[in-house]
Ligand binder design. Structure first.
Ligand code: KG4
Ligand code: ZN
Length: 316
């Protein structure tokens, strides 16, 4: 990784309590080229030093995706280099390979973001088998919704985690959804409801907020890591990586290391800035595909809906 930058639209969307698609796309138009110039100058590079371009092709908000796809494709034509459209989740799954001592294929990935909760068997670039996923809310979504109940601004996941640091474990014991069932699927919407009921019972007394946050976080972390342990046992994989924004959670990272050790495996993490959405992970996935001989398709590509199962290895 030579240089990277993240511009966050959190402030733009915070006042609305969630992402406003049209505002997001317009802001992409404004920010993209100035940021590109800044990153090139930070890296001391010229456009002619660039061998290929990777852009996020989906899944997600189509307006924002189109801005990236069109900028990526236009630059690829102007600079006469290939451009590849990358699946957002492929970026997350490969992000741990940006670090020193990267995990070798195959490995298990716990992908926990605002939109997804999955355990994926990663066998190589473009070879992903989803072993289990959330049947309702994603882990990050559950964090954000519970944070909102506690009066924390969107996206409240990291703020809730900070609040939980001051809370006592065991004061609130929330359900561990679906642990009594076989398989690797999750369900988090009931947990958010349990937190709401507990908060109502305490008449929303601010004095209970930290303990409640701690109880919620412990329930999510234990649910996630128990299923990861089962997946390690079922597949015999020796490495588990965490990916996606919730992967920045300190308690989750510690618990994952413990469960990995229990099953004779090791846990590998991207640094927190490569867990939350970033362009370095997309660049890495693009590099891996271009290096393996993939060439650009027929122009810009953006897809709002795109299943991981549709991905193929480069050239395959
Ligand atoms: O991967 P990501 O940056 O964006 C996508 O959803 O694709 O993930 C964002 C999610 C949000 O729900 C945010 O609240 C959560 O990750 N998150 C955290 C922490 N940092 C970010 N959740 C729990 N603890 C954290 N430290
Ligand atoms: Zn993401």
């Amino acid at each position: 990784m030579v240089a990277h930058r993240v511009y966050t639209q959190t402030d733009l969307h915070e006042v609305w309590g969630g992402v406003v698609p049209e505002l997001a796309s317009r802001d992409h138009v404004r920010r993209l080229l100035p940021m590109l110039r800044a990153v090139l100058s930070e890296a001391g590079l010229e456009p002619r030093d660039i061998d290929g371009i990777a852009y996020t092709a989906g899944p997600g908000l189509i307006g924002a995706l189109l801005v990236g796809a069109l900028v990526g494709s236009s630059l690829s034509m102007a600079w006469e280099i290939p451009a590849v459209g990358i699946h957002h989740l492929e970026g997350h799954l490969l992000a741990p390979r940006l670090e020193v001592d990267p995990p070798e294929f195959p490995y298990l990935a716990l992908l926990v973001s605002g939109g997804h909760t999955m355990i994926v068997d990663v066998r190589g670039v473009g070879q992903y088998e989803v072993l289990g996923e959330s049947l309702d809310d994603a882990a990050g979504e559950a964090f954000d919704k519970t944070a909102k109940l506690l009066g924390l601004a969107y996206p409240g996941g990291a703020k809730l985690a900070r609040l939980a640091e001051q809370g006592l474990p065991g004061v609130y014991r929330f359900p561990r959804p679906m642990l009594d069932r076989p398989g690797f699927d999750f369900s988090f919407s009931g947990l958010k409801t349990a937190a709401l009921l507990a908060l109502k019972k305490a008449r929303n007394d601010p004095a209970v907020h930290a303990d409640l946050a701690r109880g919620f976080e412990d329930a999510v972390v234990e649910t996630l890591t128990t299923k990861v342990g089962r997946a390690l046992a079922a597949t015999g994989r020796r490495v588990v990586v965490v990916a996606g924004g919730v992967g920045a959670n300190r308690r989750l990272r510690a618990a994952l290391a413990e469960v990995a050790a229990k099953f004779g495996a090791r846990a590998a993490y991207p640094r927190p800035e490569f867990c939350t959405d970033n362009a370095a992970m997309i660049a890495y996935a693009g590099y891996a595909r271009l290096a393996a001989g993939e060439r650009a398709g027929d122009g810009p590509m953006a897809r709002a809906r795109w299943s991981l199962a549709e991905l193929r290895p480069p050239g395959g």
